[in-house]
Design a protein around this ligand. Structure first.
Ligand SMILES: Cc1cc2nc3c(=O)[nH]c(=O)nc-3n(C[C@H](O)[C@H](O)[C@H](O)COP(=O)(O)OP(=O)(O)OC[C@H]3O[C@@H](n4cnc5c(N)ncnc54)[C@H](O)[C@@H]3O)c2cc1C
Length: 385
């Protein structure tokens, strides 16, 4: 079906982002493969993306951005990185643009905007969001990272884990307990900056997939964070986290649908070429039916996601609809990449083939951004259950 979500301006943006991907990410020398082996995207690539206009599009022009508060530009980046098979590069960028930036735009006071927004748009300041701790993930209100007020500073102690962009990050939006006697109402958000004494970027974690993405442990020992680095109001952190979740979940869901489209494209190419029993494997009825199902399910998911994008633009995307998008589309992604890998036979298991990487990369989307069981809880509660 013809998509009606995008206008010419988004298609122009898509074309220039594709050029950027071909030139700076895929590269004739197979740069992306090097980053996957190294477990990290070099920092200078963020600066190149910033220069190309692919970071912080929503940052106002006076702070060095494009002033384009239009999530469709973000969606283009998620789509194109998946279609190019460089999803683990895309994750760092979408985390920066779709997930972290809204906190800075919504909750920074003017002096904070002056300090940070320019660097976020240029790629000189890479961002991360640190909520998960070694002992808690889904149950955020039970977090133990503590920030104790001491004059004009907070003194922070604790540890976070699984933090996307964790090694590269210059600005970490850190969820802390400012009032440990409270659950949700005791949470605040502090911006912790690279180089603050007692703040350590720990291990770059060895993962099943998403290999070019640095996912790290962070530790905080007696870190003196100035009060000027508090985002918004003390005790409102959980409310801020919740209000940004629909966009975060739509971002994950939209990339999941693009990952299905990419997998379908690679598989169609493969089954047309590969022969068995004297015929292309795509011509077996089982292959045709499998691919027909994938195509149908993906198209239906795409229509829902495009609709969610319009709802988000109108400020009307509900937590339930975003949770539905996230769980449904990531489960679909899991099924699709698995079936597409099967159609590649043994080659599908070889990391030279993009479907193998896509298979490994896909597993985590059912876990992060809120595990899918939590998504079902949100949808279930909306039914009054
Ligand atoms: C690659 C990667 C990147 C990540 N990036 C970030 C990041 O940038 N920032 C960040 O803060 N975190 C990040 N995370 C953490 C991620 O958000 C958490 O892993 C996720 O929220 C789940 O938390 P957990 O791992 O502690 O699992 P747990 O909360 O321990 O859950 C384990 C299992 O129990 C289930 N479960 C828990 N509670 C319930 C319930 N009430 N009902 C039913 N089932 C339940 C879960 O669904 C899950 O299946 C990342 C994780 C990974 C793997």
């Amino acid at each position: 079906m013809r998509r009606t979500l995008f206008e010419d301006v988004h298609e122009d943006f898509r074309a220039s982002f594709r050029t950027f991907l071909t030139r700076e990410v895929i590269g004739e020398e197979g740069r992306y493969g090097e980053w996957e082996r190294a477990g990290i995207v070099p920092r200078e690539v963020f600066a190149l993306a910033g220069r190309g206009g692919f970071l912080g599009m929503a940052v106002p022009e006076r702070h060095g951005g494009a002033g384009a508060e239009d999530f469709r530009f973000n969606l283009v980046i998620g789509e194109e990185t998946q279609l190019a098979g460089v999803g683990s590069f895309g994750l760092g960028i979408t985390l920066h643009n779709d997930i972290c930036l809204p906190y800075f735009l919504s909750y920074c006071a003017e002096p904070q905007r002056e300090r940070w927004l320019g660097g976020i748009a240029s790629g000189e300041l890479i961002t991360a969001l640190a909520m998960t701790e070694p002992g808690i993930g889904s149950d955020l209100a039970a977090m133990t990272t503590r920030a104790r007020r001491d004059g004009d500073h907070y003194v922070v102690d604790g540890a976070k884990t699984f933090i996307t962009n964790g090694i590269n990050a210059d600005l970490v939006i850190l969820a802390v307990k400012t009032d440990p006697s409270e659950r949700h109402r005791g949470i605040s958000l502090l911006v912790v900056e690279r180089g603050m004494e007692g703040f350590e970027h720990g291990r770059n974690l060895d993962k099943l997939g998403q290999h070019a993405q640095d996912t790290a442990e962070l530790s905080f020992t007696d870190v003196h964070v100035p009060v000027e680095n508090l985002l918004g109001e003390e005790g409102q952190g959980f409310r801020y986290l919740v209000s940004n979740l629909p966009q975060e979940r739509l971002s994950i869901a939209a990339s999941a649908v693009s990952a299905c489209e990419a997998a379908l494209g690679w598989t169609l190419d493969y089954v047309r070429e590969r022969q068995a029993f004297g015929q292309p494997i795509g011509s077996f009825q089982h292959s045709r039916f499998t691919l027909a199902q994938i195509r149908s399910e993906t198209d239906i998911a795409r229509a829902y996601i495009d609709r969610c994008a319009l709802e988000l633009s109108a400020g009307e995307l509900t937590p339930e609809d975003a949770a539905t998008a996230k769980w449904w589309c990531t489960e679909l992604q899991g099924r699709v990449v698995d079936r597409c890998l099967q159609l590649h036979g043994g080659y599908g298991y070889m990391l030279d083939y993009p479907i193998a990487r896509a298979y490994a990369d896909a597993r985590v989307t059912r876990i992060y951004g809120g595990a899918n069981e939590i998504m079902l809880e949100i949808v279930g509660r909306s039914l009054g259950l």
